[in-house]
Design a protein around this ligand. Structure first.
Ligand SMILES: *[C@@H]1O[C@H](CO)[C@@H](O)[C@H](O)[C@H]1NC(C)=O
Ligand SMILES: *[C@@H]1O[C@H](CO)[C@@H](O)[C@H](O)[C@H]1NC(C)=O
Length: 387
């Protein structure tokens, strides 16, 4: 009997495994259905992200923003090649938003109150940025980073943004407490319209230069490689030369110029389309963003020094703004002679080293060259090729 009773136990084991598997499958099905039917259109946050700090998202291909786009005139395929290269070698994914020739904008599509004398290039620039804001609102994104096409950045860009994310999650300048959504899934918070990350000029609110937050950063550009005007801005906040060399400054947007790099939130894109299109346009896009920050229509932050800098090459290739193209050669030393400010370890400069395959030196190391005698000997034996 003892031998008999052990038989059903063994034969029952597959049944137990089958039932357990079925149970797990049903659980997965129920969980999947629940996710599918969730009313929130924003993608669910997986448990993998929950167990990591939010700032870890800055290490992903869009630096923790929903997406990265860049604006480039359709004919500047040279710059598009370059942007794709630099992005691909620094772990970033970028999407092209075509630039616009201001002359192609129909007179009826010009925003109301646009100054008569606004240059076509400035109008085209505004339109391309407006297209980017619109793209963001048409997509299911909470934040988006907008770049122009002549940029350089640091090889450690992910470290820089991870640190920025940590600081912004503990941002002492917040006007409202963090929402549950921000705590769950917004690496940079969502309490801003735009975040300036590539300005060429800036100034603090002269009445509120006490409003800033500074933090030490390991990837600070050498003080001699910071834009002169932006160092002056930091002096206006009261920073010493030593602090300017070691700290980044986060401050409410007041007087930035240049739209080389900035992030927007959905609310930011809505406000931008409202105040810089629907209600009219009073100046070139960067100036109008600055003016309407000063009048309180926008709530932005500026990072100083900004992590994105212009990649300068000589000649008229350097700019797509016709006003600067007079009497210059087409190109000097091109990208070989290029340089940038505000970047400690230039991704553009590293690119040249990275892309050199060093083929023949590597062959000589891996397969030491035979002597002529050895080669003759093997030829006599009819042995050709490397053996
Ligand atoms: C990067 O992280 C952000 C924030 O979690 C997310 O919205 C975005 O989709 C991620 N990007 C990629 C390419 O995974
Ligand atoms: C190898 O062979 C070539 C001709 O086949 C000859 O000219 C050369 O001197 C030889 N070299 C040696 C080191 O034997």
């Amino acid at each position: 009997m003892a031998a008999f009773s052990s038989v059903p136990l063994v034969s029952r084991r597959p049944l137990i495994i089958f039932i357990a598997t079925l149970f797990i499958a049903v659980c997965i099905f129920i969980a999947a259905t629940a996710l599918e039917l969730a009313p929130n259109p924003i993608p669910a946050v997986t448990s993998a992200i929950k167990t990591q700090p939010l700032s870890a998202a800055a290490r992903n291909e869009s630096l923790g923003f929903g997406e990265i786009v860049y604006i480039s005139m359709p004919y500047r395929t040279d710059r598009q090649d370059a942007m794709t290269l630099v992005a691909s070698t620094t772990g970033m994914k970028i999407k092209l938003i075509p630039g616009v020739d201001g002359n192609d904008i129909h007179v009826k599509a010009r925003p109301d109150f646009t100054p008569e004398n606004m240059a076509a290039s400035a109008l085209g620039c505004w339109r391309a940025h407006a297209d980017a804001w619109r793209y963001m609102l048409d997509s299911n994104l909470e934040t988006m980073l907008i770049l122009e096409d002549d940029l350089d950045w640091d090889v450690n860009v992910h470290d820089i943004f991870e640190h920025l994310s940590e600081e912004m999650q503990h941002n002492p300048l917040r006007l409202d407490p963090q929402t549950a959504r921000e705590r769950l899934a917004a690496p940079y918070g969502l309490d801003w319209d735009f975040l300036f990350l590539g300005q060429c000029l800036d100034s603090p609110n002269p009445k509120r230069s006490d409003l800033f937050h500074m933090y030490k950063d390991d990837n600070m550009p050498d003080i001699d490689h910071q834009i002169h005007e932006l160092k002056n801005t930091e002096r206006k906040f009261g920073l010493s030369e030593k602090m300017i060399a070691e700290y980044r400054v986060l401050a409410p947007t007041w007087g930035p110029a240049c739209t080389m790099a900035y992030a927007v939130t959905r609310q930011g894109a809505q406000r931008l389309l409202t105040w810089l299109s629907y209600m009219g346009l009073s100046a070139p896009v960067d100036n109008d963003m600055s003016f309407k920050s000063q009048s309180g229509h926008f709530h932005g932050y500026d990072l100083l020094p900004p992590p994105f800098g212009a990649w300068r090459v000589e000649g008229i290739k350097d700019s797509d703004n016709l006003r600067f193209e007079k009497s210059k050669p087409l190109s000097g030393n091109g990208n070989r002679g290029g340089s940038s400010l505000n970047v400690k370890n230039s991704a553009r400069k590293r690119l040249q080293e990275m892309m050199y395959a060093n083929t023949w030196n590597r062959y000589d190391k891996a397969f030491p060259k035979k002597s002529d005698e050895e080669i003759n000997l093997s030829k006599q034996k009819g042995k050709l090729g490397y053996k």
